[in-house]
Design a protein around this ligand. Sequence first.
Ligand SMILES: [Zn+2]
Length: 258
Amino acid sequence: MLLNWWKRRRRETVRGEPVPETWSGILDQNVGMFARLTPEEQRKLLADMQVFIAEKHWEGCRGIEITEEIRVTVAAQACLLVLGFEEEYFDQVRTVLISPRDYARKGLTVTDRGLVIEGEYQYSGEAWSRGPVVLSWEDVLDGGRNETDGENLVLHEFAHQLDMQNGRVADGIPPLPTEERLHAWLEVFDAEYERHRIDCRRGRYTLLDPYGAEDPSEFFAVTTECFFERPRALAVRHPRLYEQFRDFYRQDPALRFS
Ligand SMILES: [Zn+2]
């Protein structure tokens, strides 16, 4: 209780600190979405970013050094995801690990037939349960600078973190406030996921990234990217899915593109 009180107080202090002047140049250059937000949203995002930057442990690997540009560019995109939430700073993520570009490491993959195969895979990012988020800086920049292509690494990896917040593994079911909302979510999400898998298998065009057909958690993450960056198209092609995501994120990104 006392700890929470202190934490809150400390956060309020950090939120109230003046935003460094250097940030606006970085946001202009690297985070296209920033200019689309209302002044009120921008103020909230900047305050959230102050806490996010202060509380995370930032670490560069494979020879990259952490700079203010990296912190600001990552924080802006991660905090955009939770702009509709109060006091949400991804507490479960203590460390943000930055790699200069995508990287290869040993990993496991499951085939269509359920076989687990070990191999060397290329990653642009990863979200570990109760562990770090790993991001390729090259891809962070690509995602931030083009805010209308429906691809955004930071949104993708931090969406996985939200997905895991209800104590479950990443399963495409984020924390929802009521049983009723959970039922509505499952009904729409499961149907849309199935439809996506069938469309991908048949080689049809899909608005959502085919990678989303891998499993429900990836479907949640790629839909999140599309929801923020191609919201109008998502609202037209998948109106029920758009509605569920709008209610979950408590934001209506389509308004930013009108
Ligand atoms: Zn993913």
